[in-house]
Design a protein. Structure first.
Length: 268
């Protein structure tokens, strides 16, 4: 799928693309990923829906300027502006990882209406952050100066660890590529340094006010965010339903693509 479109927002470039015809579905990625993990699902849904994918500022093909904030608050504002640019009034939203916090904040704080929300192994409420994540937060400038080959190996090992079954080389290459080079390497550490858990605290305080259909999916083998966190999120949202997907880690897109596709189609 091609992210050939570009939305200029506050001096930033947001890459996006759409495919298909029908009711609007928006797919949100997390960190340290990009929309590439959603592309096969967008194509699969395009027969019945107009599917939108986008790379958050600081990620994928979008701009990675060092002066731009990439925290949850700025990303939620960017998402709200992008939905207005698309002219979408009440889309279905499906979010993974960091995209959960962003889509929740856009709905709860920016007051963007959705038709429904599906949350997939999301960062949404505290606590969050692995030991590696916390280490990077403490040393972002130092790690940004690593030799390129060491940095690339580190990012590959980190992303590979999100999958329970293991990623194919071509899939792993596509996920790692945006974080390499003179622009990508510092951007990788910068997005972790900008991570601010106070936005998650605000999300948690507001979850009880959600009045749209919400479905929470979680990989049974997710070692990044335990399934208990997913159950807690579902319990905090009125009427939300929860399902555990067996044999899947944090990257359900690659570990359990058929169950995930079935869940999405059934939900929509």
């Amino acid at each position: 799928m091609d992210l050939s479109e570009c939305f200029e927002w506050r001096g930033r470039r947001i890459a996006w693309g759409s495919v298909g015809r029908g009711p609007a579905v928006v797919l949100c990625h997390g960190t340290p990923f990009s929309s590439v993990l959603w592309h096969p699902f967008a194509e699969a849904l395009s027969r019945d829906f107009t599917v939108y994918v986008w790379d958050m500022p600081g990620y994928g093909q979008s701009s990675k300027r060092p002066e731009d904030a990439v925290d949850f608050g700025s990303q939620a504002s960017a998402f709200a502006a992008l939905l207005e640019h698309w002219g979408l009034e009440r889309p279905h939203v499906i979010a993974h990882d960091f995209g959960g916090a962003v889509s929740l904040r856009a709905h709860l704080v920016e007051r963007v209406p959705y038709r429904s929300l599906m949350l997939l192994d999301v960062v949404a409420i505290p606590p969050s952050g692995s030991p590696f994540f916390r280490f990077v937060q403490e040393h972002p400038d130092l790690l940004g100066q690593l030799p390129a080959y060491i940095h690339a190996a580190l990012v590959r090992a980190y992303i590979q660890g999100a999958s329970h079954r293991g990623l194919r080389d071509d899939d792993l290459d596509a996920l790692v590529a945006p974080w390499t080079g003179d622009e990508g390497q510092p951007a990788f550490y910068r997005q972790i340094a900008d991570y601010d858990e106070r936005f998650l605290v605000e999300n948690e305080q507001r979850l009880g006010g959600i009045d749209i259909p919400v479905r929470v999916l979680w990989g049974s083998e997710d070692t990044w965010i335990p399934a208990a966190q997913g159950r807690r999120i579902a319990d905090l949202i009125p009427g939300a339903t929860f399902r555990l997907i067996g044999g899947s880690g944090h990257l359900m897109h690659y570990d359990a693509p058929i169950p995930l596709t079935d869940e999405i189609r059934g939900w929509l």
